[in-house]
Design a protein. Structure first.
Lengths: 110, 118
């Protein structure tokens, strides 16, 4: 399975932007980059995904490097509810499962 | 709208007993997935269903684990002769189409069943 590397933890303040990095140097041309998050005591929740171009949705933005070896999930204005473990996952074409790493535990300070 | 539901939410059982965990996916979702999350561990894939068939059972940890899906909808994960190491949160997810088919479709997760084996 294609690997991703994320920092174990990050901390930010409420109402400030948060940039969560992910390295995926072994990504192949057909791998999609997915982000999920898991709030305390809940199942994972889809955040965003992309292939080559930057993506925006109501939850976040995904910035993908030109060489696709890294990406950044951007929360434009963090709230306390955004405190969660964020997982960066490469979705290999034809593979049905999500392979979760350890993710980044994001703490938001009031 | 209704999301993925799982039952029971909590299950406590004695070592050696069999347990059944149920998942009701979102209506119309053809793909269904089981994962588990052990205390302090990450999420690990168990099995994937497309319709009623399971093309990928590679994550089932032993032959004590089995799963079925009927009518392209409800799925049951069965653990026979439970062991203490089976204690975990078992999560079910569904997607409209197989996520890997095009790499795009998101998976919707249920709240999980917390299994405790004494």
């Amino acid at each position: 399975d294609a690997k991703t590397t994320q920092p174990n933890s990050m901390e930010s303040n409420e109402e400030e932007p948060v940039h969560l990095p992910c390295n995926h140097s072994t990504i192949s041309g057909t791998d999609y980059i997915h982000w999920y998050r898991q709030l305390p005591s809940q199942g994972p929740e889809y955040v965003i995904h992309g292939l080559t171009s930057n993506v925006n949705n109501r939850m976040a933005s995904l910035a993908i490097a030109e060489d696709r070896k890294s990406s950044t999930l951007i929360l434009h204005r963090a709230t306390l509810r955004d405190a969660a473990v964020y997982y960066c996952i490469l979705m290999v074409l034809g593979a049905q499962k999500l392979v979760f790493g350890q993710g980044t535990r994001l703490t938001i300070n009031p | 709208g209704a999301g993925v539901s799982q039952s029971p939410s909590n299950k406590v059982t004695e070592k050696g007993k069999d347990v059944e965990l149920r998942c009701d996916p979102i209506s119309g979702h053809t793909a269904l997935y089981w994962y588990r999350q052990s205390l302090g561990q990450g999420l690990e894939f168990l099995i994937y269903f497309q319709g009623n068939s399971a093309p990928d059972k590679s994550g089932l940890p032993s032959d004590r684990f089995s799963a079925e899906r009927t009518g392209g909808s409800v799925s049951t994960l069965t653990i026979q002769r439970t062991q203490q190491e089976d204690s975990a949160v078992y999560l079910c997810a569904s997607s409209l189409a197989p996520t890997g088919l095009a790499g795009r479709d998101e998976q919707f997760f249920g709240p999980g069943t917390r299994l405790t084996v004494l």
